[in-house]
Write a protein that binds this ligand. Structure first.
Ligand code: GLC
Length: 730
């Protein structure tokens, strides 16, 4: 083991000769090794090519991180596996989901953060087998271990994030509401969704095209029978204010004459089997080959293909099935069919039945396939299993780099299902196939900060749940809980009940409209906080324990801090008309209600029962903080960001740096785009407001809504051209 000091608080321990994952931007080759730096926190044990790191957990230690996984914000008591898996049933016992996120932060008397840069399988037994031990089992002996030793947890996260580079910046319209379903499978169906959205005044920026827009599930094709004159159609929808977002899958259909297949075979761009032939597996189109995204040339080639769709006017994509998902292989199907034949006509007993059933269930997500598939890395043939977790990351990197070449100055929407650390530089992610279960609202809340820690900022879950049937109240509560998620998309599976916001009764549609309008009103704040987090290696979603040190804040699992000014505490229980909230400091509760004036109430620190009817949405504004709002519109392009409202809770003095930019070009830099610094000083019910605007700013008017700790409310207008404040106006 060699060790290197990267920074006063960051050390790298190199075990053996690690595979270069390129998850970090750190220039590894310039490192100068040091002699005998110790790693006192871990016992290290190597056996049979496996490495086991054991950490002694103190009673009060909390283990936070590990990105996309089931379980709490505090992962203590669980086993989590980093091995990208297409498993659509996210029950509490599941150990692996779509991404592999090898970072965790231990918070206790001492803080310690680690990142394991290793592309194969790792298992984290966090006090499951032994309550006071964390046992990390790495399926190999060559890996990099980064150790972050900061007194402040947030600083430790920032150090890790800095090594990854600046986060992905989506276009501003991608913060609007997006509507999806598997599938709106004809142009007319898409038109119908657009018509309904506009007819019911439901703001919406994007409609998704799932696998059925393609010709027989072939990437980079469009089925002209279902979508005649696609270019014209994309244009028509854009004029109506909707972007269309097609899906791209990892598997390339085997079909001679299909250009992607032909070229891939000819140039040897696909993953191979033991005999160096293209590896064959089945996904949506039947038999496919998987592009070998490990090879830079293949990434370039695949990335270029996106131009087929950008030439039609497409401005966003979602990459799917890139664990990669395998439905079956010839071998696994053959074994199953043979067993089935053996059973035919027989009186199947218990044993045979379970063998048959197990063989059937093992057809999909069968790790055997990953042992047989191989990839090429710098001329070396590597078993896919060894570098399995990089597949989705490199597919998405291929897309991002390809798209960048197509138009270097334009921001595209891009997110992926599978991911690895570092992908947050290129794209966002969604949390895959959740269910229309109340439990999955809470699961989403818990995953958000864990994903942010690993640099995944543009994130969200399928609102309303993907599998199963959504009830109207579930959709309403899920919409509230997602109010501030950067990716805000309602998506559902084929065969389930329709769950577009207009698919239920009139009351539900109206209630959701109110929430969507609130979402749009919040976009200046969401965008400002998102971009600051991306550019400054910061967290957009934080557990309360990152800012408050009281014992309750350490344990809260169902409330989050969002950006610098807001705490969210959504309802995620069926039939609940309220919930308990832990309020760690005095805050302003802002309730929006359908068909009524908003309500504001100063809440003292402590435990509170917050009453919240189905149509009521609550946000908490932190003390001496503010949020920036705009008038909602039917889509982001129609919003006017020149007239803003500032909602503040001031006890003495509050300041805020408001970030904004053109929202569409890659010409963004933090310092340049802090458009305005606001300072509000409060004395009783008197306020002094200073607004410092950067040149080139077009903001013309700011309406201030101010509350002091006595609960007194004041409103005033700030006229930018004259610099005058008009009190009491609106
Ligand atoms: C996968 C995706 C899902 C998509 C479906 C069909 O299950 O996770 O979002 O709708 O495939 O493409």
């Amino acid at each position: 083991m060699k060790s290197y000091t990267l920074h006063r608080h960051v050390q790298l321990f190199r075990f053996g000769d690690p595979f270069e994952t390129e998850s970090l931007c750190y220039p590894g080759e310039n490192l100068i090794p040091q002699e005998e730096v110790e790693l006192p926190e871990f016992d290290i044990f190597k056996n049979n090519g496996i490495t086991v790191l054991t950490y002694q957990l103190e009673k009060q230690d909390r283990v936070i991180g590990l990105g996309e996984s089931v379980g709490g914000i505090n992962k203590r008591g669980r086993v989590i596996e980093a091995y990208a898996t297409d498993d659509p049933i996210h029950t509490p016992d599941k150990r692996a989901l779509y991404g592999a996120h090898n970072y965790l932060f231990i918070a206790g008397n001492k803080n310690l953060g680690i990142y394991l840069d290793f592309p194969g399988k790792i298992s984290y037994d966090i006090g499951f087998s032994h309550p006071d031990r964390m046992i990390i089992t790495i399926d190999g002996g060559d890996f990099d271990l980064y150790v972050f030793r900061h007194d402040d947890l947030l600083e430790a996260v920032r150090s890790f994030r800095k090594l990854q580079g600046v986060g992905y910046a989506p276009p501003k319209w991608a913060f609007g509401n997006q509507q999806s379903r598997w599938s709106y499978d004809t142009a007319d169906k898409v038109r119908e969704v657009a018509d309904n959205m506009r007819k019911k005044w439901l703001p919406c920026d994007a409609i998704y095209l799932d696998i059925d827009y393609m010709e027989n599930y072939k990437d980079f094709t469009v089925d002209e029978t279902k979508f005649p004159d696609f270019r014209q159609f994309v244009e028509e929808m854009k004029i109506r204010g909707f972007r269309l977002i097609p899906i791209i899958d990892a598997g390339v259909k085997i079909e001679p004459g299909y250009h992607v297949y032909d070229e891939g075979v000819e140039k040897k761009y696909f993953c191979i089997n033991e005999k160096d032939q293209p590896f064959v597996a089945a996904v949506w189109p039947g038999w496919v080959h998987f592009p070998d995204f490990q090879q830079p040339e293949v990434r370039q080639w695949f990335g270029k293909q996106y131009q087929v769709l950008t030439d039609y006017g497409i401005e966003g994509f979602w990459n799917d099935m890139n664990e990669p998902s395998v439905f079956y292989t010839e071998e696994s199907l053959g074994t199953f069919i043979q067993k089935a034949k053996e059973c035919e006509g027989k009186n199947i007993d218990l044993e045979d039945f379970f063998v048959l059933k197990d063989l059937f269930e093992a057809l999909s997500a069968n790790p055997d396939a990953y042992q047989k598939m191989h990839q090429i890395s710098e001329t070396k043939k590597i078993q896919h299993h060894q570098i399995h977790n990089l597949y989705g990351f490199n597919m998405t990197r291929a897309a991002a780099e390809g798209i960048e070449k197509i138009d270097p100055n334009k921001r595209y929407l891009l997110f992926s299902r599978s991911s690895f650390t570092g992908m947050g530089r290129y794209a966002g992610l969604w949390t895959g196939d959740n269910y229309s279960w109340w439990e999955h609202i809470l699961l989403m809340i818990k995953m958000l900060p864990a994903l942010n820690m690993g640099g995944f900022l543009y994130i969200g879950a399928d609102i309303g749940g993907f599998g199963g049937d959504a009830s109207p109240d579930l959709l309403v509560r899920w919409t509230q809980a997602s109010l501030l998620t950067p990716l805000f998309r309602n998506h559902s599976a084929i065969g389930t009940r329709n769950q577009e916001p207009y698919s239920f009764d009139h009351w539900t549609t109206e209630a959701i409209r109110k929430m969507l309008e609130l979402r749009y009103a919040l976009i200046p704040y969401i965008y400002s906080e998102y971009m600051k987090a991306a550019l400054h290696h910061d967290l957009y979603f934080k557990p309360l324990s990152f800012e408050y040190i009281d014992e309750h804040s350490m344990e809260v699992e169902d409330q989050l801090l969002v950006g610098e000014s807001v705490m969210m505490a959504p309802i995620y229980q069926e039939n609940a008309r309220g919930r308990y909230v832990w309020v760690p400091e005095e805050m302003l509760l802002w309730k929006t209600v359908m068909n009524h004036q908003d309500e504001f109430q100063v809440i003292k620190p402590g435990h509170h029962y917050m009453h919240l009817e189905l149509d009521e949405t609550a946000l908490f504004i932190r003390k001496n903080k503010m949020i920036v709002l705009a008038e909602p519109a039917q889509n982001v392009d129609l919003m006017n960001f020149d007239r803003l409202t500032v909602l503040a809770f001031v006890d003495g003095e509050a300041t805020y740096g408001y970030y904004d930019d053109d929202g569409e070009t890659t010409n963004y830099k933090l310092e340049k785009n802090i458009k305005m610094m606001i300072r509000i000083r409060q004395h009783h019910n008197d306020y002094q407001i200073d607004v410092e605007l950067k040149s080139s700013v077009t903001i013309s008017k700011i309406h201030f809504m101010l509350t002091n700790p006595a609960g007194e409310f004041a409103e005033m207008d700030y006229d930018v051209s004259s610099g005058e404040i008009h009190k009491g106006s609106n």
